[in-house]
Design a protein around this ligand. Structure first.
Ligand code: VGL
Ligand code: ZN
Length: 201
């Protein structure tokens, strides 16, 4: 599997139950992901990594509440509770996640004025993270994606991955979703339509 990589998306305290943007069952995937990390030769992580007062935080928009949508220069943006602030415990990986062998950590969402769900592009769909080039230079053509949250960072990463020409699998058993207004079902069907291979174990 030298030409394959596992990408573990945002397995951080703030996305686990008790965290600032806790995803139901988010911690249940930790042992499943630990097994995947063991099985793959190449492992890449993403880490949501916002400066304080990030523009994706509802607290930066007077009168707005978390989970409302605003128009940004680059299009609609869902507002979130303050989460994954650089250097805080909430931004650290889940303590049970065994990730020492990870070869690369892509941090995202660090530009104050733009959010970044995908491991490949920021939410303007133009600014690249460098991951596509990294994978190409290393001869990696197939990726398997798992982590949090199914309907945001995992789905956007998977859609951009197929869009950039990588053979893309997602392990749904190793993902959990935020599920705003049916967003898990919507994004799962979008991924399927785009040619992402949905695996369940
Ligand atoms: C995520 C919302 C905001 C995610 C990150 O990891 O899916 N969702 N920031
Ligand atoms: Zn975020």
């Amino acid at each position: 599997m030298a030409s394959e990589a596992l990408i573990v998306v945002d397995l951080q305290n703030d996305f686990c139950p008790g965290g600032a943007l806790g995803v139901a069952g988010g911690d249940e995937i930790v042992p499943i992901i630990n097994r995947l990390v063991h099985d793959f030769e190449h492992v890449i992580l993403t880490q949501d990594w916002h400066p304080a007062h990030h523009s994706s935080f509802a607290s930066s928009h007077p009168g707005k509440n978390p989970f409302e949508t605003v128009q940004m220069a680059y299009g609609p943006q869902t507002l979130w509770p303050d989460h994954c602030v650089q250097g805080t415990r909430g931004a650290e990986f889940h303590p049970g996640f065994v990730h020492d062998k990870a070869e690369l950590i892509i941090r995202k969402g660090f530009r104050p004025a733009i959010d970044s769900y995908s491991a490949f592009f920021e939410n303007d769909h133009k600014t690249q993270t460098g991951l596509a080039g990294y994978l190409r230079e290393r001869g990696i053509r197939t990726v398997t994606i798992a982590g949090l949250a199914t309907d945001y960072c995992v789905a956007y990463s998977a859609l951009d991955s197929v869009g950039r020409g990588f053979t893309t699998n997602i392990r749904l058993d190793a993902c959990r979703g935020i599920d705003l207004g049916g967003s898990v079902a919507t994004m799962v069907s979008e991924m399927k339509a785009a040619g992402v291979k949905l695996l369940d174990g």
